[in-house]
Design a protein around this ligand. Structure first.
Ligand code: NAD
Length: 282
């Protein structure tokens, strides 16, 4: 019999996950719960979900085989408290959240071994179900963060779901995940938000935002991301984000001193090394 799936938080990621599963051949029903009734209406209208509502009690009615948490990360604990009493035996729970670390262990404590943390390394600065699309995960990394207690069968089921979406699964320790993505994702977002803040500060007498160059637009694209989602990421991965900001402050200080002291050669070396590292990404 086809398995059913419930997405909690039918926004950009949850919506894209549903569309990607359908495209990959998932045959079961896909339901959604969202705090906003208009989001559920829109998701139904767009054919993203087969049905849904605003209450977690829906779990009791539909008895999903899979529950996927796709709301901002700091809502997960409360949602899990709400769904747990209604979960059927053997249901598998996973998430699409950008923070893993101790959150994974806490959710596992609440839900048991059939919770499997996952984080798709795919996304845009857009939010909302109206921006979701089926190809989002195609060829993209998906980091799954099992622990020693994770049920092997549940893990395989989550891996199979991700394979249907076209994602390339990798495994990582939950704590290591937060250090890595604190550095390569959360820090750049923090810097982009802070750069905009700096320009607001400097726009005294002249509106600097009237003169954005290509570089400024490229660099700050991610500052258009959802504030609530990013507030939750920064607070949930607080220690790693603070450490990364500190290291970045040191790098900026180094650059500042090289400019201040007009140390031409060292400044060129600093810039050369950064350029080479960036080019090696291509
Ligand atoms: P989004 O704002 O598009 O969607 C979030 C949805 O969750 C909204 O529809 C909102 O109404 C709903 N919601 C909020 N609180 C809720 C609650 N308590 N119960 C039920 N629904 C609730 O955001 P998104 O970009 O889809 O991000 C969702 C998750 O995906 C986040 O945990 C984020 O960390 C993760 N993520 C996002 C990206 C990205 O690039 N956008 C990439 C990887 C992971």
């Amino acid at each position: 019999m086809a398995k059913s799936l419930l997405i909690v938080g039918v926004g950009f990621m949850g919506g894209s996950f549903a569309l990607a599963l359908r495209r990959g051949g998932f045959k079961g029903s896909i339901y959604g719960v969202d705090i906003k009734p208009e989001t559920i209406d829109k998701a139904e209208e767009l054919g993203v979900i087969d049905g849904g509502g605003t209450e977690l009690g829906l779990v009791q009615e539909i008895e999903p085989d899979y529950v996927v948490l796709a709301s901002p990360v700091r809502t997960f604990r409360g949602i899990v408290r709400g769904v747990k009493p209604f979960l059927k035996e053997g249901a598998v729970i996973t998430d699409l959240g950008s923070v893993k670390g101790k959150l994974v262990y806490e959710l596992e404590e609440q839900l048991g071994s059939r919770f499997v943390g996952s984080h798709p390394i795919a996304g845009t600065e857009k939010s909302g179900v109206e921006h979701s699309f089926a190809e989002l995960f195609e060829g993209k990394k998906v980091v799954i963060t099992p622990t020693e207690s994770t049920d092997k069968e549940a893990l395989e089921e989550v891996v199979s779901l991700w394979k249907l979406t076209g994602g390339r699964v990798e495994f990582m320790d939950p704590m290591l995940h937060d250090w890595v993505f604190g550095a390569v994702s959360h820090l750049p977002h923090a810097i982009a938000f802070a750069l905009i803040d700096a320009l607001i500060e400097m726009s005294d007498g002249v509106d600097l935002f009237k003169y954005p160059g290509g570089g400024f637009k490229d660099f700050t694209r991610i500052a258009a991301s959802d504030p609530v989602m990013w507030r939750d990421i920064f607070l949930e991965n607080r220690n790693n984000v603070l450490k990364a900001i500190e290291v970045y402050e040191n790098s900026l200080q180094k650059l500042k001193e090289l400019i201040e002291d007009e140390r031409e050669e060292e400044l060129t070396e600093y810039l050369k090394e950064a350029k080479q590292r960036r080019l090696s990404l291509e």
